[in-house]
Write a protein that binds this ligand. Structure first.
Ligand code: ADP
Length: 550
């Protein structure tokens, strides 16, 4: 390695302490780091991909095949590789799925770009070529490969959910979970002020309960809380609920540790005790005075307060999860309150902090007692209660469910899908190869490399399925070539929807087979992979700045 140590340069008045690496060397290093990351993920791509077991420094085990989860748990320190990690995280946040694909694609784009630069093509030319290729690919995908969801109906949504689940732990039960995911998402539809339909994933609450099998999981409409009412004597059904979401301990107020009070009369002690109880009761009365009939708190409720709630005919639930209450407050139009004190130091509780729902009820569903908040005022909610043998399974089920929910949301909001199983990538690859030959400039080479990089997805998919990837990808390319060469009205154009059937090792019409993905997710991953690859390609100097030694 020819990295040099730079000392203080008195002429420039500049301190360049630390290590500097430039030119081809830094590009090689970055490519190698990204290849290492993508090689880790490679074997987990697709429905027949394998899982990774990650053990952290305290021995906690995570078993997963979700790209974003794997990368977030790895302690990646190379700055270039960290860009790929953030790429996966971003994809997970924005789309919810496609995290492995985006990392594989970005690292392949980078590797091929580096080859071009080695062959004396300037990085800026490569970047311009890549950008043009991505733009053309997105246009072609939207125009030629995507199908409107309305045309395919509800079955299409179920298939999108199944495709997302197919590589995860839920694959074996996808016919059970996919309709559940679609129902859960459809139940939380809201219309925003601009009149657009929105499907917030956070409105679907996922609860995990140990025991039983995955197929005994179930969905309920309404927001489910894994809690029970605080006392047997309380009502278990409240209609026209006015809900107070609190992060306050409703128990006898005690003086803080270390407070010293000197008294000379035992009656004063009694008075202090009475006042301690009184403070809490005043709070409870203030809350009830606003008309609140359901009180949910993240902390405790003592007997003194319980009595007050029972007498008022209210329902109180203690030890709720903070995250749950925050979401209930949002869904019901209320506010989560963590202190009753206002700016003047007085304790008040405003009726405007209350959330509204048609009904709050405690129900026994299979063996569980759950509190259900139904008919929430602002955003309707649904809940999925997952059953599974152990924590590892439940955690992975939750991740898979989250991906499927996000993908269904994207499909519903964008309204168009493309065939999966390498169909899109191969179609785009053929299209870009042809497109490249129409250009008479240097960018042609970069576009051709972009086209080749896309094939990494079908190649990896078939390799993971233990099939002959060279054979399968060649066949797939032949189909797509024929499709794109045919005139628009020719039946051969249908070959454009052909992708891989990884179990049989054949090339099939994946639109008919129901292997579908939202167009927006594919477009997003192309764009993000391009951004990550180009931002790394632009780097021609790396300086590790060290603190000045004194
Ligand atoms: P990611 O994290 O990128 O979503 P996955 O492991 O979920 O990675 O794999 C997604 C890839 O697997 C996509 O390219 C998708 O088209 C493909 N795929 C999913 N289900 C099938 C299937 N039944 N047949 C063929 N390919 C599939």
């Amino acid at each position: 390695m020819s990295a040099q140590m730079y000392q203080r340069d008195p002429r420039a008045g500049l301190f360049l302490g630390g290590q500097r690496t430039s030119g081809a060397e830094i590009r090689d290093q970055n490519v190698m780091a990204c290849q290492t990351v993508s090689n880790i993920l490679k074997s987990s791509l697709g429905p027949v991909g394998l899982d990774k077991m990650l053990v952290d420094n305290v021995g906690d085990v995570t078993i997963t095949n979700d790209g974003a989860t794997i990368l977030s748990l790895l302690e990646v320190s190379h700055p270039a590789a960290r860009i790929l990690v953030s790429l996966a995280t971003q994809q997970d946040k924005e789309v919810g799925d496609g995290t492995t694909s985006v990392v594989l694609l970005a690292s392949e784009l980078l590797r091929r770009a580096n080859e071009l630069v080695r062959n004396k093509i300037h990085p800026t030319t490569v970047i311009t070529g890549y950008r043009l290729a991505c733009k053309e690919a997105c246009r072609f995908m939207a125009d030629q490969l995507s199908t409107k969801v309305d045309k395919l109906g509800r079955g299409c949504l179920v298939n999108v959910a199944k495709t997302s689940m197919s590589s995860k732990i839920l694959a074996a039960d996808d016919d059970f979970f996919a309709p559940m995911v679609v129902d859960a998402m459809l139940a939380v539809m809201t219309v925003n002020p601009r009149g657009e339909k929105k499907y917030p994933v956070k409105a679907v609450n996922v609860l995990k309960a140990h025991g039983k099998s995955a197929r005994e999981s179930f969905m309920v409409k309404g927001y489910a809380l894994n809690c029970t009412v605080a006392s047997q004597a309380m009502k278990t059904r409240i209609q026209g609920a006015k809900i107070a979401c609190l992060d306050i301990n409703l128990a006898k107020q005690r003086m803080h540790l270390g407070v010293h009070i000197t008294i000379d009369d035992p009656e004063q002690l009694e008075a202090i005790r009475a006042r301690e109880s009184e403070i809490t009761l005043e709070r409870v009365r203030k809350i009830l005075a606003t008309g609140a009939n359901v009180i949910l708190t993240t902390k405790g409720i003592d007997d003194l307060c319980l009595k007050e709630f029972i007498e008022a005919g209210a329902m109180a639930v203690r030890r709720c999860r903070k995250e749950d209450l925050r979401r209930i407050a949002r869904a019901t139009g209320g506010t989560m309150i963590s202190s009753l004190a206002n700016l003047e130091g007085e304790e008040t509780f405003e009726a405007s902090s209350l959330g509204h729902a048609e009904e709050v009820v405690q129900e026994r569903i299979s063996d569980d007692e759950l509190i259900l908040v139904k008919g929430t005022k602002v955003v309707s909610s649904s809940s999925i209660i997952l059953r599974g043998a152990n924590d590892y399974m439940l955690d992975e089920m939750e991740r898979a469910l989250h991906d499927a929910l996000s993908i269904v949301k994207r499909t519903l909001e964008s309204g168009s899908v493309v065939p999966g199983g390498g169909a899109v990538e191969t179609a785009l690859s053929i299209y870009l190869e042809n497109f490249a030959t129409t250009l008479g400039s240097r960018e042609q080479l970069a576009i051709a490399e972009f086209a080749n990089a896309l094939l990494t997805i079908p190649k990896t998919l078939s390799m993971n399925a233990a099939k002959d990837s060279t054979d399968l990808v060649a066949k797939l390319r032949a189909y797509h070539n024929a499709a794109q060469a045919a005139p628009t009205s020719d039946p051969k154009r249908k070959l454009m929807f052909y992708g891989l059937d990884l179990l049989k090792g054949e090339v099939v019409d994946n639109r008919e087979a129901g292997v579908l993905e939202p167009t927006i997710s594919k477009i997003k991953s192309l764009k993000s992979a391009l951004e990550a690859a180009t931002s790394l390609l632009r780097i021609d100097d790396s300086i590790v700045v060290q603190p000045e030694e004194r």
